[in-house]
Design a protein around this ligand. Structure first.
Ligand code: GUN
Ligand code: ZN
Length: 447
């Protein structure tokens, strides 16, 4: 007997919808913003089916569907964190060092603990809960060198129904022996993890060489060989974050024209590749990123915390060769999992460089920009019919100060600006992944 088909699951959300019709770095921000002050989003089986003014869209509501009433709040696409290390959550806010010393002193000892699969599962669970508390529904996540750290992460993400990109870190030199693999073992373990997880239940695999100094040329070659087997795979690594690191890479790879070129020679610069940081890159590197479809992750809180330098966002986004760019929290070098805080610091970095980061540009980077960086803009990053229902509900009056400040707001752009400058996890009223409410501030619990 064939089983009876399961009936479709419907839900709906009412509130002030904010999303995008274009890139606000390439067109006037006011034209790029789409908003519906009293809007309705209808969801069936995890996908958005209708978006529009409540008064018109309500006609499409399937009979008996409850409408979650978020009037007074904004309905946005869930935030996308394009660069973050889940195992580093316990060591956030580690004092005093810049990148290379910080890795030795704090990061490597912390990552050692992920040899224990149970510990990894505990931290993966805490990390994903924190992400959802911050309204982030997709992230490109570094695990550790241990395959069990990847299993722990994808197991928990599958349980929640979140769309995640993650992978095992590859390191076969310049790291403590307890965190080193070999080129062949890294290849074999990655291959097995790809077969187990990639493309299953909203989980996607990223081949993850940590950065050029901790991989031999042979390991980078094998990372490229994995990618050559499947164009839907992701790749993530670090690029030109810190001056001492850049000098070290020049010593280790004397034949390469630039740091990016080290990765390019190994076949790692391609669509679905995400390079963390990219502070010390030149015009030729940016042209190569543009042409190849590889992306940069702007990590403002991390770049400030480690004293790494200032990402040249407005150069990177130059209309003559815009580079796909998203925001990354880069926990544990970053200081907050909230992309509202990433936007806050990105604004200040832009100011220091003589640029104005418009709030519509900032929210675009945190949503649609991140989706484009991951080449996932057909599924996530905007609130539109046909997209996955990954949404966050933003409360512009989450604190007494914000309630006071919003009284001065005369535009949606200004409301967004108050959220990005004053907001954090408290601003997230609820988070939806694949149409399911996975976080509700009222009872601060994930599903
Ligand atoms: N470069 C290589 N590894 C890391 C890391 O874990 N964090 C940051 N911020 N930079 C890195
Ligand atoms: Zn990082």
């Amino acid at each position: 007997m064939t089983p009876a088909p399961t009936p479709p699951v419907h839900s709906a959300l009412r509130g002030h919808i904010v999303t995008f019709r274009g890139n606000p770095f390439l067109m006037p921000p006011a034209d790029a913003l789409v908003e519906e002050p009293d809007g309705l989003v209808i969801i069936t089986d995890g996908r958005i089916t209708h978006v529009g003014p409540y008064s018109e869209t309500v006609a499409h509501l399937p009979p008996g569907t409850d409408v979650a009433d978020y009037r007074g709040c904004l309905i946005s696409a869930g935030f996308i964190d394009t660069h973050v290390h889940y195992p580093q959550l316990p060591m956030i806010a580690a004092y005093g060092e810049q990148l290379l010393e910080w890795l030795e002193r704090y990061t490597f000892p912390t990552e050692r603990r992920f040899a224990d699969g149970e510990y990894a599962a505990t931290i993966a669970r805490t990390f994903l809960h924190e992400l959802l508390r911050c309204g982030t529904t997709t992230a490109a996540v570094y695990c550790t060198v241990h395959p069990q750290s990847v299993d722990a992460f994808f197991t928990e993400s599958t349980r929640l129904g979140t769309l995640m990109v993650a992978g095992k870190v590859l390191m076969d030199r310049n790291a403590p022996d307890f965190l080193r693999d070999t080129a062949q073992r890294g290849y074999d373990e990655s291959r097995a993890l790809i077969d187990r997880w990639h493309g299953k239940n909203r989980q996607f695999y990223a081949v993850t060489p940590r950065f050029a100094p901790t991989s031999t040329p042979a390991q980078l070659e094998l990372a490229g060989a994995l990618l050559a087997q499947d164009e839907t795979l992701f790749m993530q690594t670090h690029l030109a974050e810190n001056r001492a690191e850049v000098a070290w890479v020049a010593e280790l790879f004397p034949d390469s024209r630039s740091y990016l070129d080290v990765y390019d020679r190994a076949g790692l610069v391609r669509p679905r590749s995400v390079m963390g940081h990219g502070i010390y890159v030149d015009e030729q590197d940016l042209c190569r990123c543009h042409a190849s479809g590889c992306a940069l992750a702007h990590c403002p809180t991390s770049n400030l915390f480690l004293g790494s330098g200032a990402f040249r966002l407005f150069d990177v986004m130059d209309a003559k060769r815009p580079v796909r760019t998203g925001l990354g929290t880069d926990i544990g070098a970053g200081t907050s999992l909230s992309h509202l805080q990433s936007m806050n610091e990105a604004y200040k970095i832009a100011q220091m460089g003589g640029h104005r980061l418009h709030p519509v540009q900032a929210f675009w980077l945190a949503t649609r920009g991140g989706a484009e960086a991951l080449h996932l803009e057909g599924r996530i990053g905007t609130v539109a019919a046909g997209m996955d229902a990954d949404l966050c509900i933003l409360d512009p009056k989450a604190t007494p100060l914000q309630a006071l400040r919003t009284q001065m707001c005369d535009s949606t752009a200004d409301l967004l600006f108050t959220l990005m400058m004053l907001g954090d996890d408290r601003s997230i009223r609820a988070t939806y992944a694949g149409g399911t409410k996975v976080y509700d501030r009222a009872n601060d619990a994930t599903a």
